[in-house]
Design a protein around this ligand. Structure first.
Ligand SMILES: Nc1ncnc2c1ncn2[C@@H]1O[C@H](COP(=O)(O)OP(=O)(O)OP(=O)(O)O)[C@@H](O)[C@H]1O
Length: 364
């Protein structure tokens, strides 16, 4: 049997980190825009920064790029200090590639000249050749001579990506890079963009407020709320095991049920669930993802409910069900199943899609 040698490149990339610790940015009295953020980005990996509007995502990205000074905390790349109070490495010395929401292409330069703009080394002809290679990497070599206004939104996005990658950055920062594109194009570009970014071996941070986008393209997701990172982890872990109701809601629809912890189990309207991490008397919430809700006939086991709404989504039906207590729970069903509004059903939940979290005073 042949044993492959260890992949030294991967090991080396994993060791190249951008580390944000205790980062705080304050624009005005009151809650800071970025409030003590801890975040690590790894070279060769794509991290999505997901959070609601105003949660501080762009400010954090700008602080990493060197466009916003820190009031406290620090930012280091490979242990070299980039930012700290009173210390600020200039943006052009950080080897950060940045793609802004509006792409910020120069309208008077062709695609290839836009990409060549940031290159400093070599003759003009050499820089153009490098720019062309970068454009080809995003499958736009054939549009090299086009001006931005002659390019579609998706093509402009790829020119901006090629331009940011042209300097072979250590860190790539993208602020809502797909937001100006229609839904179909957005989904097409996501996968391709993530592949290009991984191949670039930069540590990548993509800011988004679209959960589907974050789940689809990232190796890891950092959830941001009110200036803080509230949870980080692999997409599926975060989706299935959020650490709070806020984290769960940032990633998608979730049903919420009070859970009474007794004898090591969580007692809920939807049955009992193991609750090893809790002690008797705790108040917890059972969070249920719609994909895990099973619908049985009215004479089956489970909580009795009535379907109050049926909506067709891409590839499945969303069924809104009202339990006897008046609580609502969303379920997903195949389009071929003949569920109708007014049908009585029994609801049960696949344990893998149910997750207990601590109840917080402001949650409900
Ligand atoms: N230059 C600035 N001066 C004053 N306040 C600012 C400035 N930039 C951002 N803020 C405030 O800081 C907070 C965080 O803003 P930020 O743009 O980082 O959020 P965001 O999560 O990126 O939001 P969105 O998704 O809407 O872009 C907001 O309350 C915003 O109003």
């Amino acid at each position: 049997m042949t044993v492959s040698p260890p992949d030294m490149t991967a090991v080396k990339l994993d060791d190249r980190l951008l580390e944000v610790s205790g980062a705080l940015v304050r624009f005005a009295p009151g809650r800071p825009a970025v409030d003590g953020v801890e975040l690590t980005l790894t070279c060769g990996r794509v991290t999505a920064l997901l959070g609601p509007s105003g949660s501080g995502k762009s400010t954090l990205l700008r602080a990493i790029a060197g466009l916003e000074p820190l009031d406290s905390g620090e930012i280091r790349f490979e242990n070299h200090l980039w930012s700290a109070p009173g210390l600020h490495k200039a943006p052009e010395d950080r080897r950060c590639g940045v793609v802004f929401q509006d792409y910020a292409l120069f309208p008077h330069l062709t695609a290839v000249d836009n990409v060549a703009f940031g290159l400093r080394e070599g003759t003009k002809a050499r820089r153009r050749q490098t720019a062309l290679t970068r454009l080809e990497a995003v499958e736009l070599g054939h549009r090299a001579k086009a001006y931005p206004h002659e390019l579609s939104g998706g093509e402009q996005q790829r020119v901006a990506l090629a331009r940011a990658l042209a300097i072979k950055p250590d860190v790539m920062l993208l602020d809502e890079p797909f937001s100006g594109l229609d839904r179909r194009l957005r989904s097409e570009l996501r996968g391709a963009t993530a592949d290009v970014l991984r191949q670039s071996e930069a540590a990548t941070l993509i800011v988004t407020h679209d959960a589907e986008e974050a789940l689809e393209l990232a190796d890891s997701i950092a959830l941001m709320n009110e200036g803080r990172i509230i949870q980080t982890g692999a997409p599926d872990t975060l989706y299935m095991k959020p650490n709070s109701l806020t984290a769960a809601r940032l990633l998608g629809d979730v049903g919420v049920f009070e859970a009474d912890i007794r004898d090591g189990a969580a007692h809920t309207l939807l049955g009992q669930y193991p609750a090893q991490a809790f002690t008797d008397g705790d108040t917890a919430l059972l969070l249920v993802r719609p994909e895990g809700v099973k619908l049985g006939r009215a004479d089956a086991e489970g909580a009795l409910a009535m379907i109050t709404q049926r909506r067709v989504s891409s590839g499945f039906a969303r069924l809104l069900c009202r339990l006897e207590t008046g609580q609502m729970l969303e379920a997903r069903a195949s389009l071929k199943e003949n569920h109708r509004v007014g049908d009585a059903v029994r609801l049960s939940v696949e344990p893998a899609f149910a997750h207990l979290v601590k109840a917080e005073p402001d949650q409900g």
